[in-house]
Design a protein around this ligand. Structure first.
Ligand code: GLA
Length: 397
């Protein structure tokens, strides 16, 4: 089991920063951190104005950064070989389809707001597994937005940084994601999960009191393909579904629709069964988020686990974002007697499952489920035990 990750080795990273970008002046770079996130329940609801319930995790991205004052922007990472040096005139364009587009997209948002930057040296180092659905990209976006806001003293509030990071992803990277990931990695609070209404952006920090239970993530390690286009397809299918509903009902978003209301306008969908099933997932999932938070607050983790289960079934059957490896991991988890709930988390099509299980069973869970998963799929899963953590912050040195 991968328990808490090793702390970042600041001496090594500072040395790497200086090797990469040279040493100017006695001061070292400033250091900022943003976590990854896991969504406990409320999947694919964010871009329909629905409810989500994520928490930030104790894995994330560190950014060592200094202003250069010479209109040059340099980017490097300990996780990727690709580096880039771009002048001020070049930073408004995408850089192939590389990771550098995440910081570039954020920098573009400062430009759009008329906030001028005069060059930066940036070194990133992360311990969120890439492509695992734990928002490593949102973490890079948010740490960049947070760091620039601090370094330049722009005084933007956290919600603005969330919106800028989401816009970077939507407008620059081209992924039509909702607001959940950037929100969770910015607003995270230790030992809490956040119940967020993605329409009004009202939110509540809910203590994640698990008692004798633990949250364990299981990574399918399935190669994710067509992830982005399938995701964008779901966004447009939901928009289409809203169009049918609005022929009869005056609702602003799918997220505001109850299951009973959806049933009442079923005939408007004519024979567009796909759009109907997408809408059905959104309605039932929103109800599950509300019920799950109540269950958690009543220390009724059995019910919370059942809602996780129902969420997975709905994502698999109605929303069609699961995959055979994800379904295998969920079914094998549920065969374990000490597991209360298991579901895919994040966008789906691969990535991780989130599991709620007895503390005492964490090791046997990893062993038994890991072995059976290998037998069933030929893939090796990774397991991470997580702790709900703080959002973006200056990194204590
Ligand atoms: C990705 C997106 C989020 C959200 C989830 C699914 O993580 O970035 O906005 O839509 O998928 O819940």
């Amino acid at each position: 089991m991968n328990h808490s990750p090793e702390p970042f080795d600041m001496q090594r990273l500072t040395r790497r920063f200086h090797e990469q970008f040279g040493k100017t002046g006695p001061a070292g770079p400033s250091v900022f951190h943003a976590p990854g996130r896991v969504n406990l329940i409320g999947e694919h609801t964010d871009y329909t104005g629905g409810m989500v319930f994520p928490c930030a995790i104790d894995r994330g991205n560190l950014m060592l950064v200094r202003r250069t004052g010479n209109d040059q922007f340099r980017f490097a990472s300990t996780n990727f070989d690709l580096m880039a040096q771009l002048s001020k005139d070049e930073i408004g364009q995408t850089y192939g389809d590389s990771w550098i587009n995440y910081p570039l997209g954020v920098i573009d948002q400062f430009r759009i707001r008329g906030l001028k930057l005069d060059g930066l040296d940036c070194l990133y180092s992360g311990n969120v597994p890439n492509g695992a659905g734990l928002s490593s990209s949102a973490s890079i976006e948010v740490v960049t937005a947070f760091a620039i806001n601090e370094l330049y003293g722009f005084g933007l509030d956290r919600m603005e940084l969330v919106k800028m990071s989401q816009a970077a992803e939507n407008d620059f990277v081209g992924m039509q994601c909702g607001i959940m990931d950037q929100f969770a990695v910015t607003m995270g609070l230790e030992d809490h999960a956040m119940m967020l209404n993605c329409d009004t952006l009202e939110y509540r920090q809910v203590p994640l009191v698990l008692g004798d239970f633990a949250i364990v993530l299981a990574n399918t390690n399935q190669r994710r393909e067509l992830n982005e286009s399938a995701y964008n397809d779901r966004v447009s299918e939901c928009a289409r579904a809203l169009g049918y509903v609005q022929q009869t009902l005056n609702v602003p978003t799918l997220g505001a629709l109850s299951e009973a209301e959806l049933e009442s306008v079923k005939t408007s969908f004519a024979d567009d069964d796909i759009a109907y099933r997408r809408a059905k997932h959104i309605c039932t999932e929103n109800a599950r988020v509300n019920a799950a938070v109540i269950a958690l607050e009543n220390s009724d983790l059995q019910t919370f686990g059942k809602l996780m289960q129902a969420s997975h079934t709905s994502l698999k059957d109605d929303f069609s974002v699961s995959s055979p490896p994800l379904n295998a991991l969920v079914s094998l988890a549920m065969e374990h007697p000490d597991v209360l709930g298991s579901r895919l988390t994040g966008a789906g099509f691969g990535g991780c499952t989130v599991n709620l299980l007895s503390n005492s069973a964490v090791d046997s869970f990893q062993q038994v489920v890991g072995e059976r998963y290998r037998d069933a799929t030929g893939l090796t899963a990774d397991f991470y035990s997580i702790r709900p953590s703080n959002g973006a912050e200056e990194y204590p040195q």
